[in-house]
Design a protein. Sequence first.
Length: 498
Amino acid sequence: MYPTLLLASVAAALLSACGGGLPTPGSTPAPSQAPTPAPSPSPAPLTAAGVWLAPAYGYALQISPTAQGYRWARFDYTSQGCLLSETQQLAASELAQRLQIDPAQRLAQYREAGQVYSTGIEFAPASALPTQCSEAQRRRSVDEAGYRADPNADLQLIWHTFAEHYHDFHLSQTDWRALRPAANALAASAGDAEVFAAACTLTSVLQDGHVSIFHGEDSCTTTRKPMLSDLLAEEYASQQQWTPPFSSSQQAALQDYVSQGIQQRKALPALRYAHAGTAGAAANQQLQWFITAQGYGYLAIHQLSGFSAQDTLASDVEALEAGLAQALQQLGQTKGLIIDLRYNPGGYDETALRVMRRLLPAAQTLFSKQARLGEARTALRPVRLSPAESSYRQPIAALISNSTFSAGEILALSLRSRPRTVLIGEASGGALSDTLVKRTSGKVNFSLSNEFYYSPQGEWFEARGVPVSIPAALPSSADLAQQHDPGMVAALAWLRQQ
């Protein structure tokens, strides 16, 4: 779930138009009859032009007709302020694809090109922008005329956004109100670098892998669980007897060690178990597969984005669908399948669901979603999926780990509900919510979690991760030397029992 508006996907509160029925003026109904109500005025037909609000996300859209099509303006707002975050010129066809109107429910759903199965943000029509977003009251950003740097105002904006939208401070036992003074402690002369550093410190207590601060090429994120990259870096630093802060040369060496260690672990299953001539890869090498000598299939999905050279969901979907068709054509006749998500850091919900369509034996509800809305929540929206025309229906053993993250966890959560399927390894990373992306008036951007994902049984796995039924550790350095993969051993043993 990458930090973009395109990937946040849960319902906002819906606004409905209600009409009252009154007797026609001057008429008196017969005593034995109920008053006949006058027809309710029909609500104005919904058109894309106008103002749309998604209060659970603090997003406002203002869409205005122009000679070339439409001007799309997106605002980020809290109760305390508002910023213009995005403006674009769209053709009518682009607007219709992006904002899909449902006249019956009086709402519009934001969808990115290529987004079909995952839920979009729902916007309700409004008569005007929030007052704080008016030209007279909103703050100007660094790319607008009239901008004035105010580091403490930017830090306060971050604090208020979390206060109003972050899904649950209890996960980290954080008293967010007590941290407000720290969001007003910068010198007036401070720049974006100081805002970035202060925001990193402010949000690190949440230990949420979907809480990130961005400034240029720099970013900071603190996860709840140590990911494989963290463990490998600690391992190498200990071997070299290095202690932080690391020099640039030490950082480069640590990065090389981590990268090599992850690649060795990704390559281990094929090195140890692939039957000659059965290995394949597709979708920018993010899909890799083989068949074992005993007739079981293996499909690694290394991430849920980056399937194509273009950085768009539509191009990724096209490449993924082609790659899955190629893989499952070869794996379709196997006795059982291992899906390896252990090193999957995430991507798009949409691509996770497109993988799931190829694995479902029958239509089913995979999970439900809702978002925080002030002190309440939006309506719970179930995500139900039907299988693809040709789908894999044999038993599946899915491998996950602490490093299975974000959309990788959504796929794991979905697989958990599939019949004849088991999760093996370690509980996932525990960051299922999509990222809600915001900006400051300067050049610091940030993301946070504002959604709740539930299993069909109503279980919430945020922070603790999607659980496994059969524990199995990731391969250690000693395991690599012996070509031993505990997860593969457990998966093959389970498949043989089916």
